[in-house]
Write a protein that binds this ligand. Structure first.
Ligand code: IP8
Length: 246
C-alpha cells in the first residue's frame, strides 16, 4: 500500500515564532509514521520556516523574486525544517531521505508546473521514505515563486500510484458553516457554502484550493487533524474523505 502523506507546516512548527519546530507535535507525527508498515511519501509544508521568509521577501505562488538573498533565505529555511523532520524520522528507524523540489522542478510562464518524479518512485521502490517539502521553484518570467506542499501532493499521488492520500492539518477535517467536520465530499458543491463559493480562487493554499485539488485525484484523500494521524495510517478514514464521484 502506497500512501502520500502531507504534514501541514502549522502542525509541526510553532506558526507564530520564526523557524521554531513544535517538538512535541513533530515527535508524535514521526512516531505515527514509524509505526506504519506502508510505503510512505512524506511531504511537509512551510509553517514558520518558509512562510515567514516568503512574506518578508514578498514571494507567493504567483509573485516571484530575483533577489538571491530571498531565494537563499526561503529555500534555506525549508531545507532546515526538512532536515529536522528527516532527523526525527531517522531517530525512529524510518529510512527517511530528503528530496528538495527546488533542485528539480520548474514552472512555465503560464504557471504550469513540471516536476520530475522518477527519483521519488525509485527511492520508494528501493525501500526509502522520501521526504519532500513546500519550496521555491524556478518560474519563467518571475524568478522564483513558492511551490506549495499541496501542489506536490497533487503531482506525486498519481506519479507513485498512491492508494491513499492523507492531509494532516491543524483542523480535524473540512468544516461546514457550523464548524462541524464534513464526513465526505464528492463534488466541490458539497462544501462550496462552507468554503466560500464554487468559483473562489485561492492561491494561498487554503482549504478551498486543497479540496478542489484533492477532488482531481484518482486516489481517495482524507483531511484530518494531528490526533487522527495514526488512525489514518492504520487504514481508517478519519476527518473528511474527499473522493470525486466519477
Ligand atoms: O506550507 C510553502 O509550502 P506550504 C513553502 O505547503 C514555502 O504552502 C516556501 C513557503
Amino acid at each position: 500500500m502506497t500512501v502520500v502523506l502531507k504534514l501541514g507546516g502549522s502542525v509541526v512548527t510553532e506558526k507564530e515564532t520564526p523557524e521554531t519546530v513544535d517538538d512535541e507535535a513533530l515527535a508524535a507525527a514521526a512516531d505515527a509514521v514509524a509505526a506504519s508498515d506502508h510505503d510512505v511519501v512524506v511531504i511537509h509544508g512551510g509553517g514558520s520556516f518558509g512562510h515567514h521568509h516568503a512574506a518578508e521577501y514578498g514571494v507567493s505562488t504567483t509573485e516571484g523574486t530575483h533577489d538571491v538573498a530571498g531565494v537563499q533565505a526561503i529555500h534555506g529555511a525549508m531545507t532546515r525544517l526538512n532536515s529536522r523532520i528527516v532527523t526525527a524520522l531517522t531517530e525512529r528507524g524510518v529510512p527517511a531521505v530528503p528530496v528538495h523540489p527546488f533542485s528539480a522542478a520548474d514552472r512555465g510562464a503560464d504557471g504550469t508546473l513540471t516536476l520530475p518524479t522518477g527519483q521519488v518512485r525509485t527511492l520508494l521502490s528501493e525501500g526509502f521514505v522520501p521526504v519532500l517539502h513546500g519550496d521555491l521553484v524556478a518560474h519563467a518570467g518571475e524568478g522564483a515563486t513558492v511551490l506549495s506542499g499541496d501542489e506536490l501532493v497533487v503531482e506525486l499521488a498519481p506519479a507513485v500510484d498512491a492508494d491513499r492520500v492523507g492531509v494532516c492539518s491543524t483542523v480535524p477535517g473540512v468544516l461546514d458553516e457550523d464548524g462541524a467536520v464534513i464526513d465526505r465530499i464528492e463534488a466541490f458543491e458539497d462544501a462550496a457554502a462552507a468554503l466560500g463559493g464554487s468559483d473562489a480562487t485561492d492561491v494561498s493554499g487554503g482549504m478551498a484550493a486543497k479540496v478542489r485539488a484533492l477532488l482531481e485525484l484518482e486516489s481517495p484523500a482524507s483531511v484530518f487533524g494531528p490526533d487522527a494521524l495514526s488512525a489514518f495510517l492504520d487504514g481508517d478514514a478519519p476527518g473528511t474523505t474527499i473522493e470525486a464521484d466519477r
